[in-house]
Design a protein around this ligand. Structure first.
Ligand code: NAD
Length: 472
């Protein structure tokens, strides 16, 4: 299987690169033709040429195209899920959920077009009509990470197309196959050539060319906080492009003394280790009150040791492989850094090939690197606190602010946490993530810049308000 870039409706060749299965590093899942900066610039130009026509395409036709894309994804869900699991290492069940979500996202935005698209105001002047209309942003570069290879492209591309923009998608280098299949589905949907383009290239070459291309009006980026800061600087320096950044996290899960122990362990186990801990919303700081601390740590360490780590296509597996040797080395490096700073390994800490055992570090505090820096692997640390006030303060003591959770049976504590937690997503007695496509998603602090993604909120990035006054 070979995937190529798509520019103005034409598939573009390039140097062949292998796409390997993280569960079996000697198995080549597919190949892709690597694109360079010239292809990225050509894609931006093709998008610029196609965008005005797409923006004027009647809503019913735009809806039909988006609906066809979503329906095709759903119809091919099993095949796409197997491919995703093989290239990224996500469990097949999780991959299925992700693909279905991507299909539903396209269908959701088809129907969003029937929602009100502007506002009417009373004018303070006689015989004047005042309204706020929306026009498309223009050409949008979509730059995505490897950990949700089809869902994140979908939740950016679908609203971008719905609101009349043209798109250049540049997915992460580790997951060209999911993006390549998505591009094939979009290309076969009846969308005019050039409205959607795909660039399969490296961030520092092809991605960089999109940040500096004069024809790109906006960049929707999801990835690491360091990369996001660079994206922001380039966007401001090259034509004052609009940008939206969704970045890293160091998400707290607070467990209070009054928590149901079973619920607390389930939330921590899922939030810390499922998806191999490779999610921006992973619960990587477990902030646990004194009275429940020892029972919670013992039960969670037992549960972590009982997890089956294995091939994503094996239905017995509960955790898949780490995505790459580089990521594995980083994870193990953090375990070493944690123990060097005084934390104890209560479970895991080792790996077998690219399969890392779920790792629990106890005796941590917020000054340690393992508690401050995003690890992006199946590694979580436990921080002991005395009361709710301390828990809220420790939870907020981070540069990030994506998601925050609490496990408690106290309504008052839950309400306090929802009010005071510094995060864009708050969960009570539920594992982290589990986002729903019609609700806004995003963080605060160094986890986010710009408007929220998903739901009706997505319109804020992909369209520009125009205030119109009409005298009569
Ligand atoms: P990354 O920052 O390394 O790469 C993200 C994307 O940016 C890739 O497509 C990459 O090729 C591109 N890129 C890199 N350098 C670039 C440059 N100079 N110009 C243009 N593009 C460039 O991130 P990653 O390793 O792919 O993903 C992991 C990170 O993503 C984690 O930090 C995680 O928390 C974050 N993430 C955040 C969310 C969220 O919604 N907040 C969701 C998923 C992942």
């Amino acid at each position: 299987m070979l995937h190529r870039s798509l520019v103005g409706g034409e598939w573009v060749d390039g140097d062949r690169r292998p796409n390997v299965n993280p569960a079996r590093p000697d198995e080549v899942v597919s190949e892709y033709a690597e694109a360079g900066p010239d292809t990225a610039r050509a894609a931006a130009e093709a998008a610029g040429a196609a965008q005005p026509g797409w923006a004027r395409t009647p809503v019913a036709e735009r809806m039909a195209v988006l609906d066809r894309i979503g329906t095709t994804i759903l119809g091919r869900a099993e095949e796409l899920a197997v491919l995703l699991a093989r290239e990224e290492g996500k469990l097949l069940a999780e991959a299925r959920g992700e693909v279905v979500r991507a299909g539903q996202t396209f269908r959701y935005y088809a129907h969003q077009l029937l929602q009100p698209q502007g506002e009417v105001y009373a004018s303070t002047r006689d015989n004047v009509h005042a309204e706020v209309r929306r026009r498309p942003l223009g050409v949008v570069a979509v730059i995505t990470p490897w950990n949700y290879p089809i869902a994140i492209p979908a939740w950016k591309v679908a609203p971008a197309l719905a609101y009349g923009n043209a798109v250049v998608l540049k997915p992460a280098e580790l997951v060209p196959a999911s993006a390549g299949e998505l591009a094939g589905i979009i290309a076969g949907s009846g969308l005019p050539p050039g409205v959607f383009n795909l660039v399969l290239g490296a961030g520092r070459t092809a991605g960089e060319a999109l940040l500096t291309a004069p024809g790109v009006d906006g960049v929707s980026f999801t990835g690491g906080t360091g990369t996001g800061a660079h994206v922001a600087r380039q966007c401001l320096a090259h034509g004052n492009k609009r940008f939206q950044l969704e970045m890293g996290g160091k998400n707290p899960l607070v467990v209070l003394d009054d928590a149901d122990l079973e619920v607390a362990v389930r939330c921590a186990l899922d939030g810390s280790f499922f998806s191999t801990g490779q999610r921006c919303t992973a619960s990587s700081r477990l902030i646990v009150q004194d009275g429940i601390h020892d029972r919670f740590v013992a039960a969670l360490a037992d549960a972590a040791r009982a997890l089956t780590v294995g091939d994503p296509l094996d239905p017995r597996s509960q955790i898949g492989p780490v995505v790459s040797p580089q990521q594995l080395a980083q994870n193990l490096g953090y375990v070493a850094a944690g123990t060097a700073e005084g934390a104890t390994v209560a479970a895991g800490g080792t790996s077998d090939g690219q399969f890392m055992r779920p790792t629990l570090l106890t005796g941590a505090h917020n000054g340690m690197r393992v508690a401050r820096e995003e690890i992006f692997g199946p590694v979580s640390c436990v921080i002991r606190v005395g009361d709710l006030d301390e828990a809220i303060a420790v939870a907020a003591d981070t540069r990030y602010g994506l998601s925050a959770g609490i496990v408690t049976t106290s309504l008052a504590a839950a309400e306090r946490f929802k009010r005071d937690a510094r995060a864009g997503i708050v969960t009570v007695n539920l594992p982290t993530a589990g986002t729903e496509l019609h609700l806004p998603f995003g963080g605060t602090g160094d986890s986010n810049h710009g408007p929220r993604e998903q739901g009706g909120y997505a319109r804020d990035f992909y369209s520009v308000p125009v205030t119109c006054y009409t005298g009569w």
